[in-house]
Design a protein around this ligand. Structure first.
Ligand code: ZN
Ligand code: ZN
Length: 267
């Protein structure tokens, strides 16, 4: 199984996964051209992508989705409520590129088993995804106000998890460019996951068997890759888990295509 965070953050999200002959994207929150180039940089032709799984209708997740459907005829998979919420933002979508999914209902996209699950966020019907390839699985959960038991139940045991580590609460509170309302939104139960909340969730996930962790959806103003990593690394170290030895801990960058993970099944 291959996994690559092409882009992750409030300026645009798109994640790549491949298993067997199937390649897919989760979200298309950069321009079509940017995503096409990012895929080319990891040796993948955009025309070989089978579809795009959409987490929710916020523009940092869908701004390139309309173009991908029109120009490359990529099917978009979203829940009914998300389709309603994003329809007007996408432009005209070919009818056969509109695929409806339901949180909690798994389905196959080629060789990949897909499980959409509900996440707490201020969108119409936001979801995270767990992707199965044989005995391996990759889970992605960003844009969540808190790490709910429902999210834990769906993600626990994944080979690799990309989890949101959005902000440092002190940096956010001190940020003069953010209104009080925006701060309250981000800090609320339907906003975004802080570095500390992320690190607590990771501890549980690693104890449940996850060996590969990627911190994602970092804020550009209220976080730094170094701070996000240090918060999680310190929390793990305190519990006797050594980052980079016992587990792999990486940060997905906002504007740089990430490395490609090669996850192998046991021989
Ligand atoms: Zn987002
Ligand atoms: Zn969002």
């Amino acid at each position: 199984m291959y996994f690559c965070p092409l882009y992750s953050g409030s300026s645009g999200n798109s994640l790549f996964c491949q298993y067997g002959n199937t390649k897919l994207l989760i979200d298309a929150g950069k321009s079509g051209k940017t995503i096409e180039d990012a895929l080319a940089s990891i040796g993948t032709d955009i025309n070989t992508i089978s579809g795009v799984l959409i987490t929710h209708e916020h523009s940092d997740h869908i701004s390139g989705a309309g173009v991908l459907a029109r120009k490359y005829h990529l099917p978009l998979y979203a829940t009914r409520e998300t389709w309603w919420a994003m329809k007007d933002k996408l432009g005209k979508i070919p009818q056969d590129c509109m695929r409806e999914i339901t949180a909690g209902k798994d389905f196959w996209l080629g060789d990949i088993g897909v499980v959409p699950f509900s996440i707490p966020h201020d969108a119409a019907d936001p979801v995270g995804f767990r992707l199965y390839g044989g005995e391996l699985s990759v889970s992605t959960a960003t844009d969540l106000g808190y790490f709910s038991e429902e999210v834990y139940a769906n993600v626990a045991g994944s080979t690799l998890v990309l989890l949101e580590s959005n902000h440092d609460p002190d940096m956010l509170r001190a940020n003069p460019h953010y209104s009080a309302a925006l701060k309250a939104r981000i800090l609320g139960d339907h906003g975004h996951l802080s570095n500390e909340a992320c690190s607590e969730a990771l501890l549980r996930l690693i104890n449940a068997g996850t060996g590969n962790v990627i911190l994602g959806h970092l804020s550009g103003e209220n976080n730094t890759p170094l701070l996000a990593r240090r918060t999680s690394a310190d929390a793990l170290t305190r519990e006797g888990i050594r980052p980079d030895q016992d587990i792999s801990l990486q940060v997905a960058l906002r504007d740089e295509v990430g490395g490609v993970y090669i996850l192998k099944e046991r021989a």
